[in-house]
Design a binder for this molecule. Structure first.
Ligand code: XBP
Length: 256
């Protein structure tokens, strides 16, 4: 019977609803500052989210929607500059307290620390974005609670490729059977599953229609005593929220 030794968290959409109210807003601020007449509505952003990574998402937007482009610029350089500015706008939004944690995240992380369950991050977003979210939404020293913060371009291929999860497992020196991933998207699930990880999904408005057949459990959020969660797929929870007892029993009962 496998024992739970680590929780590996995705960031955007899982720790906090960063996409619609954070990244999307910051991309639009960067477009405006660059003098570009581009605007990503909530609807368009839902389409663009099929591509992971900010730079990759801008490339995809240009290819799919053919927006007006400045004639003389080198495209890769233009995108890199917009993305750099976007990162500054995004971290400023976080510092202004615009983004808060999803229900149950703080409770689960605190409990894991108390019970010596190791913590790691596996995200497609840039490292400074992940660190800024942890510092502003969790605690100023929260980045130090995570043994590994694997982010952005640290691996060659972003989610849905499994590179980032393989990297985290290598750094933790743990077998996937001893870890549980927490994700919010089909891309994230594909990445975690491909690295042999059991995965719990907490859906959000952008992802609830995606295919989560490979997930161990699908919830609307992790829940807390005064804000019960709902199980959308997998074993119904016996109490109001997802906690380490549920995480341990998932890992202990995995079939292979
Ligand atoms: C979320 C993403 C990222 C962010 C933007 O990754 O897909 O692309 O939207 O990130 P995850 P950057 O769910 O793995 O945390 O602009 O920093 O690239």
């Amino acid at each position: 019977m496998a024992e739970l030794k680590a929780l590996i968290f995705d960031v955007d959409g899982t720790l906090a609803e960063t996409e619609r109210d954070g990244h999307r807003v910051a991309f639009n601020q960067a477009f405006k500052a660059a003098g570009l007449p581009w605007y990503w509505s909530e609807g368009i952003y839902g389409v663009l989210l099929q591509v992971s990574g900010g730079k990759e998402r801008i490339h995809f937007f240009i290819k799919k929607y053919a927006p007006p482009l400045p004639a003389t610029q080198n495209l890769d350089q233009l995108i890199a500059e917009i993305h750099q500015a976007k990162t500054q706008y995004y971290t400023a939004l976080l510092q202004a307290g615009q983004v808060s944690l999803r229900p149950g995240i703080q409770r689960l992380i605190s409990d894991a620390r108390r019970k010596h369950i190791r913590l790691a991050i596996a995200t497609t977003s840039r490292l400074e974005n992940a660190v800024a979210l942890l510092e502003t939404a969790l605690a100023p020293d929260a980045p130090s609670w995570f043994e590994v913060i694997a982010a952005g371009d640290i691996v060659p291929h972003k989610k849905p490729a499994s590179d980032i999860y393989h990297y985290v497992l290598d750094q933790l020196a743990l077998a996937p059977a001893n870890c549980l991933a927490i994700e919010d998207t089909e891309h994230g699930l594909t990445a975690a599953w491909g690295a042999g990880l059991m995965t719990v999904i907490t859906v959000n408005d952008y992802t609830y229609r995606q295919n989560f057949a490979a997930a161990a459990l699908v919830l609307n959020h992790l829940g807390k005593p005064d804000q019960p969660c709902q199980s959308l797929r997998g074993k119904p929870l016996t109490h109001a929220y997802f906690d380490l007892s549920v995480a341990r029993s998932l890992v202990a009962t995995r079939l292979s």
